[in-house]
Design a protein around this ligand. Sequence first.
Ligand SMILES: C[S@@+](CC[C@H](N)C(=O)[O-])C[C@H]1O[C@@H](n2cnc3c(N)ncnc32)[C@H](O)[C@@H]1O
Length: 207
Amino acid sequence: MTSPLPFSQACENNKDVILKVLQVELQGYTRVLEIGSGTGQHSVYFAPNLPHLIWQTSDVVSNHSYIKAWHDAYPTTNLRAPLAFDLTCDSIPLTDNVRDSYDAVFTANTFHIISWSLVQTLIELVGSALPMNGKLIVYGPFNEDGRYTSESNQRFDLSLKQRDAASGIRDKEDVLTLAKKHDLQLSTQYDMPANNQILVFQKRVQT
Ligand SMILES: C[S@@+](CC[C@H](N)C(=O)[O-])C[C@H]1O[C@@H](n2cnc3c(N)ncnc32)[C@H](O)[C@@H]1O
C-alpha cells in the first residue's frame, strides 16, 4: 500500500492565483529555480502550466522525499527533481555549473519562516546568481510601514514567533531596501487573497 501524498491545503488554495501572476511575469523566461519547494505541490501545478520553461525544485534534503512523491504522481517533462539547497550552508544549487543557468527564482512562504539573516543570504545569493533582467518572485505575507496588514496576519506572526523566535512576517520596506543593495529592484507587486502579496524584483544595475 502506498502512503498518501503529503498535502498542504494552503498550496491548493493559492496555486491558481499565483499561477496567473507567474504566467504574466515569466513570459520569455526559460529556467526557474524554486527555493523551498515544500511538499512539491506548487511545482507539479506550475510546471505543466508554464510549458515554455524548466521548473527546477530545491529544498533542504529532509523535504525531498515529499517533493519526489508528488513528482512521481504527476510527472511533467519540464519539471526537475529537487536539488539540495540549505541556505545555512549552501550556495545556489546548479545542475551544470553555469553561473547564470537560472533567469528567474520563485519562492513562496519562506521569508516569514527562515530567519532575517537567512533572508539576507537568500537575496544576496539570488542577486549574484541572476543574469541582468533576471527576476526574483516572492509570495507571502508582508508588513507595510512597520504595521500588520490585517488582524489575521498579526495572529499568524504571533504563532510563528511562538514556534521559532527567529521567524516572523517581514517588513516589505526592509526587504525592498535589502534587495536594492543586491541590484534587485522592485518591478511589480500584486495584492493576493488572504492578505498575501507577490513582490517581483528584476535585476538591474543602479545608475
Ligand atoms: C512554509 S514552507 C513553504 C513551502 C512551499 N513553498 C509552500 O508555499 O507551501 C517553508 C519552506 O522553507 C524551507 N526552508 C526552511 N529553512 C530553510 C533553509 N535553511 N534553507 C532552504 N529552505 C529552507 C522549508 O524546508 C520549507 O520548504
